[in-house]
Design a protein around this ligand. Structure first.
Ligand SMILES: [Zn+2]
Length: 531
């Protein structure tokens, strides 16, 4: 059976850049465009040349990419000719393979926001598309508020779509701009649109305001649309855009879709999806969503002991797709519900070889249970689990000893008259019988302790040079008579590897210290440091 080609359009760099707190530099944009290109995305929308210096610079030079690198912008302003509109001309001059225009398709918006007649808006759509075609560009038209516009005045919304198609637009993209349309409505409306504009010229641009942007994208495809627009990790203002990181594997791995459609992402590239998703988080300095479908750390994690043993026998029984297909890994959680099989599977994953009937497995399991009862959470802190396992099995060298530490917090008025809080920590470390003393300053006690602790561990220092803390989470647990604090620390090294460690104590500094120590020792074990 011949499969139909379905096209993917990424707008992480344009619509995704609208997200609160997201501010891509030129360097970020180039790096993300390269990732998307490498993945096999058909269209990468880079931004809005002329709207800000970064985007103008991005489109100042041609890019050597396989993808259709697309510039975004407005159709010509009402009441002006195309040649007499500086904004449109800047867009036409941009070094882009394609231009994606945005135009209103809701007559109410045309009258109120644009303050022009519905006919003038249609003329603006036609003129802009023709001008871009004349410049040799592939053209797309984003029909803003298409679905709301269609509900209010179907005839006019359709007239906008048709005008674009007839003027030569390669794609007419139906936008659910406020994200409130439901999948069954999308399906019905797109089915009407494809009677006027062929489906292989129709795209869907869905926002996630009812958490159905992905479902809406598939609803449009069912009705005949053949281009899906979205962003990496669903990045986008408010509740985000359709998440390509969920859409891509669904298209590739769900039989009904995989048998019908071809996309530009190969099976081989699909195995890099988790990496691509995490690389974006990296750039945004965010911790990846553990529960993200397909690529999250917990997407293939199982807790209960009976499930764990069944998974080892036949993974297909509990997994909807094989984790490796998207570059993820199966994770069997070590928790107080866990049985021996969980622990064995986890040891195997870490790469620790041990006989099934080794008595130390029982000791380790007992230790995990006791510690989890007082608040440790090894399912969230695999690095601490690995160290615990290695210690029980006698495989962690005594690298160094922290013999003493002291942390203070001081609040004072500085020279400018502002009230400031500063912390200082002093740490005494014994390495090879030699005592080293380091001091560190920080904006808080944990930060100061971390700085001091990592300042000097003698001959091991070179191993931890690239170590950095990427996340720090504190939780107060109410167990028994007194509250205890659980600290989870996520660290990263120069290779991009991440790991999480845990500490528990009634004292937050002490809990943090345990997690920091585990992180450093884990890094030393990983780098094969010799004691
Ligand atoms: Zn949008």
């Amino acid at each position: 059976m011949t499969r139909e080609r379905l096209y993917l359009f990424d707008t992480t760099l344009r619509d995704g850049a609208q997200t609160n707190g997201v501010d891509f530099t030129l360097h970020d944009k180039l790096a993300i465009a390269a990732l998307l290109d490498e993945l096999g995305i058909d269209y990468v929308e880079g931004g809005y040349p002329g709207a800000n210096p970064t985007d103008t610079e991005l489109f100042a030079k041609p890019r050597k990419l396989k993808t259709t690198f697309t510039a975004f912008g407005m159709t010509r302003r009402p009441g002006r000719s195309a040649s007499n509109d500086p904004g449109l001309n800047a867009l036409l001059d941009a070094k882009a393979d394609a231009i994606c225009f945005v135009a209103k398709s809701w007559d109410y918006h045309v009258r109120v926001a644009l303050e022009c007649t519905p006919e003038e808006n249609l003329a603006s759509i036609r003129d802009s598309i023709k001008a871009a075609k004349a410049k040799g560009r592939e053209v797309l038209l984003d029909c803003e508020h298409f679905f709301d516009g269609y509900k209010a005045n179907a005839q006019y919304a359709l007239a906008c779509a048709k005008a674009a198609y007839e003027a030569g637009a390669r794609w007419v993209v139906l936008c659910d701009t406020n994200g409130g349309t439901l999948p069954h409505e999308v399906e019905v409306i797109v089915a009407e649109v494809v009677k006027a504009v062929p489906g292989d010229h129709v795209g869907i641009h869905a926002h996630n305001d009812t958490e159905q942007a992905v479902a809406n994208s598939f609803a449009a495809v069912r009705a005949g649309a053949r281009q899906i627009q979205g962003t990496l990790n669903g990045l986008g203002e408010r509740c985000g855009n359709a998440n390509l990181v969920s859409i891509i594997p669904t298209l590739k791995l769900k039989r009904e879709l995989a048998e019908r459609f071809d996309i530009g992402v190969s099976d081989e590239k699909l195995t890099t999806l988790a990496h691509v998703s995490h690389a974006l988080d990296e750039m945004l300095n965010r911790a990846p969503d553990r529960h993200a479908p397909y690529v999250g750390e917990s997407a293939f994690a199982t807790k209960a002991g009976i499930h764990a043993s069944a998974i080892l026998k036949d993974p297909a029984t509990y997994e909807h797709v094989a984790p490796g297909t998207v570059g993820n890994v199966r994770k069997l959680l070590v928790s107080d519900q866990a049985g021996r099989s969980n622990v064995l599977a986890e040891l195997e994953r870490i790469g620790i070889k041990v006989e099934k009937d080794d008595a130390r497995i029982g000791v380790l399991l007992e230790e995990v249970k006791q510690r989890e009862a007082i608040g440790y959470a090894y399912e969230a802190a695999h690095a601490s689990f690995e160290l615990l396992a290695r210690r029980v099995l006698g495989k962690v060298p005594d690298y160094f000893d922290v013999t003493q530490f002291d942390v203070n917090v001081e609040q004072r008025i500085n020279a400018k008259g502002d009230r400031v809080t500063v912390s200082m920590a002093v740490v005494k470390v014994k390495v090879d019988g030699k005592e080293l003393i380091s001091a560190g300053e920080g904006n808080g006690p944990i930060n100061a302790l971390d700085v001091a602790l990592r300042k000097d561990i003698g001959k091991y220092q070179s191993h931890i040079e690239g170590l950095a803390l990427t996340d720090y989470r504190v939780r107060i647990l109410n167990g028994g008579t007194e509250a205890v604090t659980r600290v989870l620390i996520e660290s990263q090294d120069e290779s991009g590897a991440r790991w999480t460690t845990v500490g528990v104590s009634p004292n937050i500094i002490d809990a943090s210290f345990q997690a920091l120590m585990d992180s450093i020792v884990y890094k030393l074990v990983k780098s094969g440091a010799k004691a």
